[in-house]
Design a protein around this ligand. Structure first.
Ligand code: ZN
Length: 119
């Protein structure tokens, strides 16, 4: 575990916090994405829809299940199991972090179209 890893994870959390704040203002109609980060790099970004049904296996270390508009770290081979115990993610800004495997599963939101009110 190097300091650079902590910084990367910290930045992910910061980004999630910013997204949450932005979405709190106008959550209705926003798109929901599940993002999978590994070693500080984005490896998967999946738009979550009502009929989403997908399993992402990260080299057998972490198993992520995307179902409907939810995401969960279903299984992991890490020692602490903190990521698994985080449970089901349902809202933008939530994240399940696996520190030992350097894997982050998080939900992010994006509003469709341009915000005409603020311009
Ligand atoms: Zn873990």
């Amino acid at each position: 575990m190097r300091w650079g890893d902590f910084i990367i994870i910290g930045m992910v959390f910061l980004l999630a916090a910013v997204l949450t704040a932005a979405l709190a203002v106008r959550e209705r109609g926003a798109l929901l994405y599940a993002e999978v980060w590994q070693q500080g790099a984005l490896v998967e970004r999946v738009l979550l829809e009502e009929d989403t049904d997908r399993i992402i296996d990260l080299d057998g270390h972490n198993t992520i299940v995307l179902k409907g508009k939810t995401a969960v770290m279903q299984a992991a081979d890490c020692g602490d199991q903190v990521c698994v115990r985080t449970g089901v993610l349902t809202r933008a800004g939530q994240a399940a972090v696996c520190l030992p495997n350097k894997v982050v599963l998080k939900l992010s939101g994006e509003s469709p179209g341009v915000d005409a009110v603020s311009s």
